[in-house]
Design a protein around this ligand. Structure first.
Ligand SMILES: Nc1ncnc2c1ncn2[C@@H]1O[C@H](COP(=O)(O)OP(=O)(O)OP(=O)(O)O)[C@@H](O)[C@H]1O
Length: 378
């Protein structure tokens, strides 16, 4: 049984500086068999964290244990970590098959040659590169190289899987297929897995839990559902969704029993549950989060709607993105192709047309106007 089966990976208080501090007191836990997705914008510190967790880099403070053992105390050669880094690090003189076989040929390998070959064939088939088996890496495209690096990872049965942007260079169809397949395989293993990606939506779709890292700090840890429904800050909200949540600065004003979100030219009565949760912030500056797919369209001037002008109307096949000019800001709505086409009324895309907007009760989120942290009760 792998050692990581017992306790998984536990990291506490990790800090690291290069020319500036890139990790600040980062702690994460990954249970045996769990797939933890780590996401954050470029430069957030994901790769640095991954290198520390894999034992390739020393933190200034903090510790990492894998299977109950302090990683620093395990000699590098004995750390059973399967790594896939963005750079791929393929052996240039070995064929695709040779690269995929390489981790199984280490001295003391547990598989006989026939079993190792069977495992490699099966993984190359899954990744749709079996026909490239005899090619050298120099004769492969970026996406093919990425799949060889993935193959090399997937043939292993290590104590920790670490995948840094494993599918970023694949086309959309293959990305979709492999996201599910890799997830299924890793979840069937007893080792903990860590999947790093700057794509927030990819993180939500692969992770059992997700860590959002920003400027070297953990912004939020939670299940994909928690992170989607209750982003802990505007930083998290900006990373998620396509397009991400609209974030609108304004203030809360109480009038009688009703709490309004207001800004120049805009006044929205908050639904009772949100108003109750945000009651303490009445009079304060806040940021309102509105998801693009919640915004609806109505006749201009219809009661209870916001006035806007259509700024652009872009079809994407399965849905359309309509950008709306609300005078002091641009907001994005995600809608069906049919609704977007109707906005043009048969005369192009409807750009410049006045329209009424409805804002949903569900899915609104309020953030503190100065810190950007979610107001409790969101
Ligand atoms: N060896 C190094 N020397 C100096 N600075 C470094 C080094 N490695 C990383 N950094 C800096 O640390 C910060 C975090 O980098 P890191 O590669 O960990 O981020 P990331 O979240 O993985 O970004 P990306 O998604 O772009 O790969 C960046 O500001 C980067 O410039």
């Amino acid at each position: 049984m792998n050692v990581a089966v017992r306790t998984g990976l536990i990291a506490r208080g990790l800090s690291k500086s290069f020319t500036h501090k890139v990790l600040h007191d980062v702690g994460i836990e990954v249970a045996p068999g769990e797939l933890l997705a780590v996401t954050g914008p470029s430069g957030a510190g994901k790769t640095t964290l991954a290198r520390i967790l894999a034992g390739l880099e020393r933190p200034e403070t903090g510790s990492v244990s894998l299977g109950g053992r302090d990683l620093a105390a395990i000699p590098a050669g004995q750390r059973r970590v399967a790594l896939m880094f963005e750079s791929y690090a393929l052996y240039p003189h070995l064929t695709v098959r040779g690269n995929a076989l390489s981790p199984l040929q280490a001295p003391g390998g547990r598989l006989d040659a026939a079993s190792a070959n069977r495992r490699v064939d099966e993984v190359l088939e899954l990744l749709e590169i079996r026909h490239l088996g005899e090619r050298l890496p120099g004769a492969l495209s970026g996406g093919q190289k990425q799949r060889v690096a993935l193959a090399r990872l997937l043939v292993q049965a290590p104590d920790l899987y670490m995948l840094d942007e494993p599918i970023s260079h694949l086309d959309a169809k293959l990305r979709h297929k492999l996201r599910g397949e890799i997830r299924r395989r890793l979840s069937a293993q007893s080792a903990p897995s860590i999947w790093l990606t700057p794509d927030g939506m990819e993180a939500l779709s692969v992770g059992d839990r997700v860590v959002v890292l920003d400027q070297g700090r953990v912004e939020q840890v939670g299940t994909p559902e928690e992170i989607w429904l209750k982003p802990a800050s505007t930083r998290v909200a900006r990373l998620l969704g396509d397009p991400p949540m609209n974030l609108v600065d304004g203030a809360l004003q109480r009038e009688g029993d009703v709490l309004f979100f207001t800004r120049r030219g805009m006044r929205i009565a908050l639904p009772p549950a949100l108003a109750a949760a945000a009651a303490k912030a009445a009079g304060e500056e806040v940021t309102l989060g509105v998801r693009p797919d919640g915004i609806g369209f109505a006749e201009p001037g219809a009661p209870g709607t916001l006035s806007a002008e259509i700024y652009s109307n872009e079809p994407f096949g399965k849905h359309a993105i309509v950008t709306l000019d609300l005078g002091t800001l641009l907001a994005k709505a995600k809608t069906s192709m049919a609704t977007a086409a109707a906005l043009g009324e048969g005369e192009g895309e409807g750009i410049g047309r006045e329209i009424g907007l409805t804002i949903p009760d569900e899915g609104l989120v309020l953030f503190d106007g100065s810190t950007g942290r979610a107001l409790s009760g969101n």
